[in-house]
Design a protein around this ligand. Structure first.
Ligand code: 4NP
Length: 158
């Protein structure tokens, strides 16, 4: 069976999507599920930079080192490289839908649409916020990662 592949996309690829990448990596590892996981941004302001220090801190507080990640921008090849592309908020989703080639392999959707009861909700941008906003983003992406692993594990069994 082909390994499932997932790309998380936010605006800068320095706060939310690196956290989502870290959360899914851990949830998949715990569940014994092999998934190719990456993250990217729709914007280009932070290319090549590590995650925001506040994102690194919340990951570190949860036992995960994301300091080795580097920001990159979404490229058109991502729409064929990944099976799933999850947008962290509705603006990212709209930008991705505009970019998506008609014949693309990737299914593009809003991340929290995959969490029961949270359809349509964004993971709010914590960049201009404080520690509590990063904690909220971490809680959101962790909840989403658990839901994705449950769904993907069920698919792998079927
Ligand atoms: P992210 O957060 O999209 O979660 O990585 C942001 C990072 C940078 C900016 C905005 C949001 N910015 O405007 O530079």
């Amino acid at each position: 069976m082909q390994k499932t592949s997932v790309l998380f996309v936010c605006l800068g690829n320095i706060c939310r999507s690196p956290l989502a990448e870290a959360a899914l990596r851990r949830a998949a590892e715990t569940a014994g599920l092999a998934i190719e996981i990456d993250s990217a941004g729709t914007g280009d302001w932070h290319l090549g930079l590590p995650p925001d220090r506040r994102a690194q801190a919340i990951a570190e507080a949860n036992g995960i080192d994301i300091g080795g990640l580097r920001a990159r921008q979404v490229v058109i090849e991502d729409f064929d490289r990944f099976e799933h592309i999850f947008a962290l908020d509705t603006q990212n989703l709209a930008d991705l839908m505009r970019m998506r080639p008609d014949a693309a392999r990737a299914q593009v959707s809003l991340l929290l649409d995959h969490v029961p009861g949270r359809s349509g909700e964004p993971v709010h941008d914590p960049f201009y916020g404080g520690e509590a906003d990063f904690e909220a983003a971490w809680a959101d992406v962790s909840e989403a990662a658990e839901a994705l692993v449950r769904q993907m594990a069920a698919q792998a069994r079927s």
